[in-house]
Design a protein around this ligand. Structure first.
Ligand code: ZN
Length: 101
């Protein structure tokens, strides 16, 4: 999916049968543990999100949960390539130039 030439990534949110735990992952597949088994409490897919970065997807996820503001990890800084704000202590993904900084 692309908007204005920018390549978007897919993220998906999952919950358990009791609806309590909420998990956001990159991609649209049900999350798996390192040993290949499905992660517990991810039986039900809540929604998918198309966003440029993990921080954008997380902000949308929090809005949909109605659970307050999402706080990205670390402070935002200008991308050394294009100058857009990104989170070097978080995903390190620049939303504008698609470079992993
Ligand atoms: Zn950039």
């Amino acid at each position: 999916m692309a908007i204005g030439g920018r390549k978007m990534k897919s993220y998906s949110a999952w919950t358990g049968l009791d609806g309590k735990a909420k998990t956001l992952v990159e991609g649209v597949e049900r999350p798996r543990a390192l040993n290949g088994t499905h992660v517990p409490e991810t039986e039900v897919q809540l929604w998918t999100i198309h966003a440029a970065t993990w921080e954008e997807a997380s902000a949308i996820h929090f809005l949909r949960l109605g659970s307050g503001d999402y706080s990205p990890h670390g402070e935002a800084q200008p991308c050394p390539v294009c100058g857009a704000m990104f989170y070097p202590e978080g995903s390190r993904d620049c939303w504008r130039c698609e470079r992993k900084v």
